[in-house]
Design a binder for this molecule. Structure first.
Ligand code: PBG
Length: 334
């Protein structure tokens, strides 16, 4: 027997996992997962008008901003080190054709122009969907009481082009129609917007966790639900992988899983399988759930927020869209 081996045996060596947890410095050294301001996207809600910063009732510390105020807010966000905002637009008037979704002078298009002018370095990503613009509250156009997939793709492509024309760096389709990524990529390329990137809400589930957002965007469906286009919450990871695979084939630059915390398995599998950046959306219900629980003393708010975010990162998300982004970035910095 080798001398060294004998010594170890005689020492009755014990593996002690706690050695690497013994101090803050040791824990930092070995942890391997960390959050950075670079990982975050902050969502902003844009409404028509001027000088408006109105609290959103269903979502704590979130506001409806008119385009001018959105530009001011965006400046602060950029100065905090957050690289991107995700804009959601509200129309003056809803109709059956979602007309304001592709109106070059609607609120979100105005906000894009104002933000890019005020803060050129900040990435402007726009949500591309019809639910806030249709009087049905659905993400597509209704024909014969059904959602017409292909007609919806045409409108979505027009909306994406109008965002690109206003200066958006990236468009993010969240409607879940089939073929919309190809329709949008083709339309953007045809109009010369070859550099406008697409972040697809690829694996988006028909989740209960969007409740507070629908209050904010006034986009609850007037009839039925979104289960014929958003994914079944119990569907296997295979279906999500197929959605993601198709979107990449159609030209998505970044793919997204949404919501985040109840779908960490999907984030994890997607990040192992695909060589594109993976985004995860910590949605309004996740945000309000943590806020509400902290308020009644269930846990320490900051600790719970940071734990939820680092879990999303550890699962494999490169990009985290979160209403906590501003607070998290402040905490990361100190
Ligand atoms: C629009 C859209 C929704 C969200 C993002 N884009 C709502 C929905 O699909 O009903 C949800 C975001 C959130 O809950 O924070 N289709």
């Amino acid at each position: 027997m080798l001398a060294g081996l004998k010594v170890i045996t005689e020492m009755n060596m014990q593996i002690r996992m706690r050695r690497l947890r013994s101090s803050d410095a040791m824990r930092r050294l070995v942890r391997g997962v960390s959050l950075s301001a670079d990982n975050f996207v902050y969502p902003l809600f844009v409404c028509p008008g001027k000088g408006i910063k109105k609290p959103i009732e269903s979502m704590a510390d979130c506001f409806h901003f008119s385009p001018d105020m959105a530009a001011q807010e965006a400046k602060g966000i950029y100065e905090m080190g957050i690289p991107a905002v995700l804009l959601f637009g509200l129309p003056k008037k809803k109709d059956s054709k979602a007309s304001e979704a592709f109106d070059d002078n609607a609120a979100v298009q105005q906000a894009i122009r104002k933000i890019k002018k005020a803060v050129p370095g900040l990435l402007v990503i726009t949500d591309v969907c019809l639910c806030a613009y249709t009087n049905s509250g659905h993400c597509g156009i209704i024909k014969n009481k059904k959602i017409d997939n292909d007609a919806s793709c045409e409108i979505l492509a027009r909306a994406a082009v109008s965002h690109a024309k206003a200066g958006a760096d990236m468009v993010a389709p969240s409607d879940m129609m089939d073929g919309r990524i190809a329709a949008i990529r083709n339309a953007l390329d045809e109009k010369g917007f070859v550099d406008t990137a697409i972040m697809s809400y690829s694996a988006k589930y028909a989740s209960a966790f969007y409740g507070p957002f629908r209050g904010a965007a006034d986009s609850a469906p007037a009839f039925g639900d979104r289960k014929t286009y958003q994914m079944d919450v119990a569907s296997s990871a295979k279906q999500a992988m197929r959605e993601i695979e198709l979107d990449i084939a159609e030209g998505a630059d970044i793919v997204m899983v949404k919501p985040a915390m109840a779908y960490l398995d999907i984030i994890s599998e997607a990040s192992r399988r695909f060589d594109v950046p993976i985004a995860a959306y910590q949605v309004s219900g996740e945000f309000m759930m943590i806020n509400a629980a902290a308020k009644i003393g269930v846990f320490d708010r900051k600790a719970a927020i940071m734990e939820s975010l680092v879990a999303i990162k550890r699962a494999g998300a490169d990009i985290i869209i979160s209403y906590f982004a501003k607070e998290a970035v402040k905490w990361i910095a100190c």
